[in-house]
Design a protein around this ligand. Structure first.
Ligand SMILES: [Zn+2]
Length: 209
């Protein structure tokens, strides 16, 4: 079930009040259109019908995919969320993200039937290598797809709107799974953040083991 809320929004540019439809929860299978707008990162887009003013109206919501078995709590700007890991969600993979880009990545990872913790380890290894070829700039990498035994990542460089793509062999993913097995890594019961910082902690733990 998806939960829809209609809110009155006052346009910050022309002051016109109008309705804005937002969602407390989005069910992947019921709302393929909303899933698509997440994948296009346009879900929060809002345009004033009177003056055409454009804004991204970020709000917290929960994305649930019953078939793939995962729930993601989206909390823009680190806003607190009241979502609890209730018993019916026990068997689900539970994640917390900050924005649509991160949610999109989780969807692509889980839809590819991959483990996001292992994918973060792969990403860490890839970024360590490619950062050197980009003069050690701060870069952001997002999983994009798995193809021909390779994991492809979209790499965003500073001040470049379009990403560059880099791939890693599937063996690196298998090695990452092995690292997690060696460490007896188990997913937390609660909604957890699986990101580059977690990958760094896991690798440090592995190296010190
Ligand atoms: Zn307006």
């Amino acid at each position: 079930m998806s939960t829809e809320i209609v809110k009155d929004i006052v346009c910050p540019q022309c002051g016109e009040s109008q309705k804005y439809r937002l969602y407390a929860s989005i069910n992947a299978k019921e709302h393929k259109d909303l899933k698509q707008s997440i994948l296009e990162e346009t879900l929060f887009d809002w345009r004033c019908k009177r003056c055409n003013y454009f804004a991204a109206m970020a709000y917290p919501f929960v994305y649930i995919d019953n078939e793939a078995g995962f729930v993601v709590c989206v909390a823009p700007g680190g806003s607190g969320s009241t979502v609890e890991a209730t018993p019916p969600l026990k068997a689900y993979v539970k994640r917390r993200v900050k924005n649509l880009a991160e949610l999109k990545e989780k969807i692509l990872i889980f839809d590819s039937k991959l483990d996001d913790v292992a994918v973060e380890l792969v990403k860490n290894a890839l970024c360590t290598i490619i950062r050197r070829s980009y003069n050690n700039v701060r870069l952001h990498a997002y999983f994009s797809r798995i193809e021909e035994e390779k994991l492809e990542f979209a790499i965003y460089l500073p001040r470049k709107p379009e990403p560059v793509y880099h791939s890693t062999r599937i063996e690196v993913y298998a090695q990452s799974q092995e690292v997690l097995r060696t460490l007896n890594y188990s997913d937390p019961e609660d909604f957890s953040v699986v990101d580059a910082r977690l990958a760094k902690r896991i690798i440090e733990e592995y190296q010190n083991a």
